[in-house]
Ligand binder design. Structure first.
Ligand code: ADP
Length: 601
């Protein structure tokens, strides 16, 4: 064991040792665990009479940090005892040096990896973002965009999604001249892939001291980016689809002069079909879009623009049309004559479908809302009127009673009075019924079905969701579909009236907590909608009558209702050329099945 005999104040300072350690046994408890083996080995060598130097970390108990020490040990050999009896250690704090070395090593490693793996791209642009200089590596990599990039916009070599970012970086470096600003930019490759490049933009002053150029130095870091799994997902999000590169010449029908190899995977074409068989780009554009696309291109050329974006349908190799986003660059020669167009084309069919679905959802939600309100108003108006009819009818009833029973006992004057009462009340009833017809007639029965393509699944989903929201946690509403129906031709107003009324009955006539299910399926040429509940059920004698207006089953008096819901459903179903049936038994729940003719969009 080693005993500490003496230490200087400076040693205490560096290591945070307490001077009382002097005279005690030296321990390695404060030595960094990773350095223990080296320290032990070097101490052993010193004990064998060899001077040693060790660089290691010691925990400073005062600052609670590790400090790097360089300790050189000089042994003292005792001839008599034939052993090392003590050694002098001189320690130096080398923490600063170590830190600097580390930083250097790291930045060296980073730079070395970039420099070793590739050469830097160097480009300069003017204040309009046009290239004034491109070094050879840049031209070799991106010269495919245009053999001579000088004078063209730097945006032509950058993925459209990164254009705004590029402009921002240019603005940032112009606002602090001489300061480098970093940015990662994605560049389309000739094969349709994407390069990830890291750039440093610096605004440069010319001889007169004014800023006229931005110098950009960049590295291709695609390898590094691809290696970083964490970025994968983000990349997907950013790119949002693969770009296929098309170049077409200014000639009749737009002959394709170049197409990236991934055209096969994305659009199902063999690249040779374009280049050898002379497939024309114009012939791939949907007949309904070709005129618009051509006119737009003509306008952009006339306005002297160099880039523009458009959306249109492009024919897939299978014959289907796909919606595409096309970012086109107009390539001109030195005289300014348009030579060809270069489009970065992305399939956005799914994206558009998602967008359309959202719009359809919004439209159906609105129409459902209107129907719900109308349905409620209609029923309320009718309920009030039905109530108001009872009084005149009671008066008519009693007048008629008196007349028929006491006809001979009462005098002609009294008879005329009774008849007049009946006449007045009848008139009142007629007026009431006219009002009723006014209010409801137009909105209900006298409506011809208005057929249009509607996503029935969406309609069912939002109706169920809406109903669920209004009953909160009292019932569980579920929607299932066999997946055979999506966009079909129906009258969405009629169908939503059917659904609203059947679902709200299911809710009204079943216990809290029970399940209510809406099922959508197709059977041959029929749409089958089923509303299933586990409620109170309906007796056989009532089943035949519940579709009559105002018919309500005896004993449901305390559940609010007009007896009109199912007759409205019946009307809507008939208007739609369909049928409605019910399977039910008291206490066994009910299944209402609506079948409508199916015609696909
Ligand atoms: P309301 O519900 O306003 O009374 P409806 O025409 O919708 O009028 O229904 C008529 C009658 O049919 C209801 O009063 C009720 O007795 C019965 N009924 C309708 N749906 C159900 C159901 N899902 N379960 C049990 N009974 C029902």
């Amino acid at each position: 064991s080693l005993f500490i005999e003496w230490v200087t104040g400076a040693f205490n300072e560096i290591t945070g040792y307490d001077p009382s350690y002097v005279g005690s046994m030296a321990t390695l408890k404060d030595t960094h665990p990773d350095d223990l083996d080296r320290v032990r080995a070097d101490v052993q060598r010193t004990l064998q009479n060899q001077p040693t130097v060790t660089e290691y970390r010691v925990f400073n108990n005062r600052t609670r940090n590790y400090v790097w020490l360089s300790i050189s040990r000089r042994p003292v050999w005792d001839e008599q005892e034939q052993r090392v009896v003590r050694f002098y250690s001189v320690a130096k704090d080398i923490t600063e040096r170590k830190r600097a070395e580390d930083a250097l090593r790291q930045s060296e490693a980073r730079l070395r990896s970039l420099v070793e793996t590739q050469t830097a791209f160097v480009v300069r642009t003017d204040m309009d973002g046009n290239y004034t200089y491109c070094n050879r590596p840049f031209l070799q990599r991106y010269g495919w965009v245009k053999a001579d990039l000088i004078g063209t916009s730097y945006l032509a070599t950058i993925l459209p999604a990164d254009h705004e970012k590029t402009r921002q970086t240019a603005r940032a470096c112009l606002s602090s001249v001489g300061e480098p600003v970093q940015v990662m930019l994605r560049k389309p490759r000739q094969d349709g892939g994407i390069d990830f490049t890291l750039w440093e933009f610096v605004a440069l002053r010319d001889a007169e001291g004014s800023v006229s150029e931005i110098q950009c130095i960049g590295f291709d870091i695609s390898e590094q980016v691809r290696a970083e799994e964490a970025l994968q997902e983000e990349r997907q999000l950013f790119i949002g689809g693969t770009t296929v590169v098309f170049k077409w010449r200014v000639a009749s029908g737009w002959p394709v002069s170049y197409v990236s190899p991934n055209v096969c995977e994305q659009f199902g074409y063999d690249p040779r079909q374009f280049l050898e068989d002379g497939l024309l780009f114009q012939s791939l554009i949907h007949p309904d879009d070709v005129e618009r696309v051509t006119a737009e291109i003509r306008d952009h050329v006339r306005q002297g623009r160099s880039q523009f974006e458009q959306e249109y349908r492009l024919r897939h190799g299978s014959g289907d049309y796909r919606w595409v986003y096309d970012f086109t660059t107009i390539v001109r020669d030195a005289e300014g004559t348009v030579k060809h167009f270069q489009g970065y084309v992305q399939d956005i069919t799914e994206r558009r479908q998602a967008r359309d679905l959202l719009m359809e959802q919004n439209r159906l939600t609105l129409s459902l809302q209107r129907e719900k309100e109308l349905n409620a108003t209609t029923q309320r108006v009718i309920a009030t009127l039905a109530h108001d009819l009872r009084t005149p009818l009671a008066v008519i009833g009693s007048a008629k009673e008196i007349l028929s029973r006491y006809f001979d006992q009462i005098d002609p004057e009294q008879r005329r009075e009774r008849l007049e009462t009946i006449g007045k009340q009848l008139q009142y009833v007629t007026e009431l019924l006219n009002d009723l017809a006014q209010v409801t007639g137009a909105s209900l029965n006298q409506r011809a079905p208005q057929l249009a393509p509607v996503n029935l699944v969406t309609l069912c989903q939002i109706t169920v969701k809406d109903m669920q929201a209004s009953v909160a946690a009292k019932h569980r509403l579920n929607f299932t579909t066999d997946g055979t129906l999506h966009t079909i031709i129906i009258d969405d107003v009629l169908v939503s009236r059917i659904l609203i009324n059947l679902l709200s009955n299911a809710v009204k006539y079943s216990d809290e907590g029970s399940e209510i299910r809406l099922e959508l399926a197709s059977r041959e040429d029929r749409i089958v909608l089923r509303v299933i509940d586990q409620g109170i059920g309906i007796a056989p004698e009532d089943r035949a009558r519940i579709f009559e207006p105002f018919y309500r089953v005896q004993g449901v008096g305390d559940i609010a209702g007009t007896g009109l819901g199912l007759s409205i459903v019946q009307d809507c179903v008939s208007l739609h050329g369909g049928t409605i049936t019910v399977e039910s038994a008291p206490g066994q729940g009910s299944i209402f099945t609506v079948e409508l003719p199916l015609s696909r969009a």
